[in-house]
Design a protein around this ligand. Sequence first.
Ligand code: DGY
Length: 315
Amino acid sequence: MQRLQDATELKFWAEDRPVPREVLLKEAADCVGVLSMLTERIDAEFLDACPQLRVVSNHAVGFDNVDVAACTERGILAGNTPDVLTETTADLAFTLILATARRVHEMVDYVKQDKWRTWGPLDNLGVDVHHATLGIMGMGRIGYAVAKRAKGFDMELIYHDSTRSVIAEEKLGVKFVSREELLNHSDFITLHVPLTPETRHSVGKAEFEQMKASAILINTSRGPVVDQAALLEALKSGQIRGAGLDVTDPEPMRADNPLLALPQVTILPHIGSATLNTRTKMADVAARNLVNGLLGEEMVSCLNPQARGIGRNKS
Ligand code: DGY
């Protein structure tokens, strides 16, 4: 805020709910820059409603809410906040792996509900994480950081991505496999792909059918990557063992969602990057992207540097 206040004439939405679309369209109409959250849809309609807009800075690494091609066409620079949240998000993905495997939230409730009567050899069993096979779907920065953690747990590491990561293979001994192989062999499948038209619902009925009955699905990427109705069926029918989700479709998820009634599911409210340290760094990158973009200086992370030579950002 300070950085933005010092450099610009700032308007901001201070309520703890997303800015309503009509308010956003009206208030942003005369702005040269916008700092957006993943709750704002930055699409052609929005861009056309803001004829002076030169920079959109998204306060997230994911930018499925921003139509980058539409920004480029109009000569509008778009920024995001990669790197600074990688390790924090990987920590949370691993938290979900452990929590789901060992039924942590169910067991916390068990104690709170006064169900703890004795210690029984077969009571409250979970599954081992150590030495289990972890399938990483998407070996980008966060996938790699999860693999590093998993190595410390002696997990068997396999991954699939559209391009191979020589670094992950050489440094971490992660094995590249086909999508089918990953689905067939993993004890845990963790998703680290961006949300695109190709990845939307890319984990659905057909994929659950290929998973082990003991498989646990972890999603810290974007909710719509998973077909949630198919996930519900797969869990209810015992096609897979459990799921740990930090992202849902839609967000926020309401408390009466049937997934929440299943004890083998752990759901968190999109907190992958939610530590003060990381959120502060994300805010800093987002603010610098915005100010630098407007000043014609290099942005920390620009998704479409080619927009600089076009239209509004020509000079
Ligand atoms: C992102 O940055 O894309 C996360 O989902 C929010 O931290």
